[in-house]
Design a protein around this ligand. Structure first.
Ligand code: ADP
Ligand code: MG
Length: 473
C-alpha cells in the first residue's frame, strides 16, 4: 500500500461504543452480572432461553442508562424493546433484545478536551451475548475444530452509544473514547475496563478528498481492543480506502476484522441490512416511559462531569482549556483549586500538577502543603530543580515542604545573599564582565556556573540571570 497523504485525504470516523452497565444482575433476569467466573455459572432459565421463561426489566439498568443519556446531553424519551433476529450459538434465544426505532436516549453530544463537540445519535439499551471460544486452527470460527460457549455474559445489560461521524483523525477518535470512558466511570455506569470488555468499540471509517462535502462509503472495523489498536486500525483502513479510490476500484461497504498482530484489516462480511434482522417490538415487554420526575431526580444526582471540571479549572486558573485535561483525568483538579484558593500562584500550581504529579499518591498532598511549596518557589527560597525534588518527596513521604527542604540542605538563599555573591564575581572577573556587557550571551553560562559553585547549587539560575542583567546598568 502506498503512503497515506493527509493533505489530500480527510478521514471521517463515527464510533459505536458498547458499554456493559455495572448492575448487580442481568438486564432481564436475576442471574448475577459479574465478569469472569466458572463458565456457565451465572445463568438461569432466561439466560438459557428455556421455553416458558419471560424477561423482567432491571430498573437499575434503566436508571444507569438515563444517567449516561443525561451526561451525554441526550433527550431521554419513551422507548420500546425490539427483537433483533439472528442465529448464533452464544445467544440461545436466537434473537437479541435491543431498542431499534425508539431508543431511550437520543440526540446528544460530548465535548473533547480540545473543546470540540461530537454528536451522539443515540444511546440505547440491549442485552449482551455469551462468549464463544473457538478451539483449534487460528482461534477463529472458520478453521476451528470445535467451539465452547460460556453464557455468563449473555443477558448482561449493555448501552450502545452511537456517535455521529464528526471525528476527523485517529487522535480525535482516541480522545472521544477516553472522554466517553471518563464520563461512564464518573456517573458510575461502568468500570470502563476495556481489557475486560466493559467497553467495546466498533469503528466506522471512510475517506474523502479534502474539500468534498459528501461522505465516502464506510467500512466498519471490529475487534478493536485498545485505544492504540484503534488508532492503528483507522490509519491502516484510511490508507486502504484511499488506494481503492485512487485505483478507480472504489470502496465497498463492509464489516472488517482488525488483526493487531499483522497490523491490517480483513474482510469479515459484507454489511448486513437492518432488514436482515427482521426487527419487531418484543411482545414480552412493555414500553419504558420514565417520566419527568424520574429523569429530573437522576439529573439532580449527577456528579460534576469531566468537561465541566476542565472549564472550571481553566476559568479559576486563567489557563488554556487543554492544559486542564490531564489534571482532571488524574483527579487533581480539586487539589489545584483549593491550593489556588489559598493564594498560590495558579500557573505554577497547574504546571506542577501537569508535569510533576503523575504518581497516584499525589492525591494525598494537602492544599496547604502544596501552597507552601509554591510559595517557597515564588519567593526564591527554592530553585526550580529543588522545588521538583521537594514535591517528589512530599508525594513520597507526606512530609511538610519546609522540613524536606531543610533535611536536603536547601536553605533559604535570600536575595541579599545572592546579590553579594553575584557582585563579588563581577568584581573578580572584569574581562568576562566586560564581554557580558558587550552582549556576549555565552558568558552568561560562565557566571551562572560560578554562582552555582559558590552557593553549592542553592541559587536559582533564572534569578542569577535576572540579577546579572540588572547590573549591566
Ligand atoms: P447503520 O444504519 O448501518 O447503523 P448509521 O448511519 O446509523 O448506520 O451509522 C452507524 C455508525 O457509522 C455511526 O457511528 C455513524 O457515525 C457512522 N457513520 C455513518 N456514516 C459514516 C461515514 N460515511 N463515514 C464514517 N462513519 C460513518
Ligand atoms: Mg444506525
Amino acid at each position: 500500500m502506498s503512503g497515506f497523504d493527509h493533505d489530500t485525504w480527510e478521514i471521517v470516523i463515527g464510533l459505536e461504543v458498547h458499554t456493559e452497565l455495572a448492575t448487580r444482575t442481568k438486564l432481564f433476569s436475576s442471574a448475577v452480572n459479574h465478569f469472569g467466573g466458572e463458565p456457565n455459572t451465572h445463568i438461569d432459565p432466561l439466560t438459557l432461553g428455556l421455553p416458558g421463561s419471560l424477561p423482567v426489566l432491571n430498573e437499575q439498568a434503566v436508571e444507569l442508562a438515563i444517567r449516561v443519556g443525561l451526561a451525554l446531553n441526550c433527550t431521554v424519551q419513551r422507548s420500546v424493546f425490539a427483537r433483533k433476529n439472528y442465529f448464533y450459538p452464544d445467544q440461545p434465544k436466537n434473537y437479541q433484545i435491543s431498542q431499534y426505532e425508539l431508543p431511550i436516549n437520543a440526540d446528544g453530544w460530548l465535548e473533547l478536551p480540545s473543546g470540540k463537540r461530537v454528536g451522539i445519535e443515540r444511546a440505547h439499551l440491549e442485552e449482551d451475548t455469551g462468549k464463544s471460544t473457538h478451539i483449534g486452527g487460528g482461534g477463529r470460527i472458520h478453521d476451528a475444530q470445535y467451539s465452547l460457549v460460556d453464557l455468563n455474559r449473555a443477558g448482561v445489560p449493555l448501552l450502545e452509544i452511537v456517535g455521529r461521524p464528526d471525528l476527523r483523525s485517529a487522535e480525535d477518535a482516541k480522545a472521544y473514547v477516553a472522554e466517553l470512558r471518563s464520563i461512564l466511570v464518573a456517573v458510575g455506569a461502568s468500570d470502563g475496563k476495556m481489557e475486560e470488555g466493559s467497553l467495546r468499540v466498533d469503528c466506522n471509517v471512510s475517506v474523502r478528498r479534502r474539500g468534498e462535502t459528501e461522505f465516502g462509503t464506510r467500512c466498519e472495523i471490529k475487534n478493536i481492543n485498545s485505544l492504540r489498536s484503534m488508532g492503528r486500525a483507522i490509519e491502516y483502513e484510511a490508507a486502504r480506502q484511499a488506494d481503492l479510490i485512487t485505483s478507480g476500484e472504489g470502496v465497498v461497504q463492509q464489516t472488517r476484522h482488525w488483526n493487531d498482530t499483522e497490523g491490517r484489516t480483513t474482510l469479515l462480511r459484507s454489511k448486513e441490512d437492518a432488514d436482515d434482522y427482521r426487527y419487531f417490538p418484543d411482545p414480552d415487554l412493555v414500553e419504558i416511559d420514565p417520566g419527568d420526575e424520574w429523569v429530573e431526580r437522576v439529573r439532580a444526582e449527577l456528579p460534576m462531569l469531566p468537561s465541566e471540571r476542565r472549564h472550571r479549572l481553566a476559568e479559576v486558573s486563567g489557563s488554556e482549556l487543554e492544559q486542564t485535561a490531564l489534571i482532571v483525568e488524574r483527579g487533581l483538579d480539586e487539589l489545584c483549586l483549593a491550593t489556588i484558593e489559598l493564594g498560590a500562584d495558579p500557573v505554577r500550581v497547574l504546571t506542577h500538577a501537569e508535569h510533576n504529579m503523575a504518581d497516584e499518591r499525589s492525591l494525598d498532598v494537602t492544599p496547604s502543603a502544596f501552597a507552601d511549596l509554591v510559595g517557597m518557589e515564588v519567593d526564591g527560597k527554592l530553585t526550580a530543580t529543588q522545588t521538583k525534588q521537594v514535591l517528589a518527596e512530599m508525594i513520597e513521604t507526606g512530609d511538610a515542604p519546609a522540613d524536606i527542604a531543610k533535611r536536603n540542605g536547601f536553605e533559604a538563599m535570600d536575595t541579599g545573599a545572592l546579590e553579594s555573591v553575584v557582585d563579588e564575581l563581577i568584581a573578580s572577573h572584569p574581562d568576562e564582565w566586560q564581554r557580558f556587557r558587550d552582549g556576549d550571551g555565552k558568558v552568561t553560562g560562565f557566571f551562572v556556573g560560578q554562582v552555582m559553585k559558590a552557593t553549592q547549587g542553592k541559587a536559582d539560575g533564572k534569578a542569577v540571570t535576572a540579577l546579572l542583567n540588572s547590573r549591566k546598568g
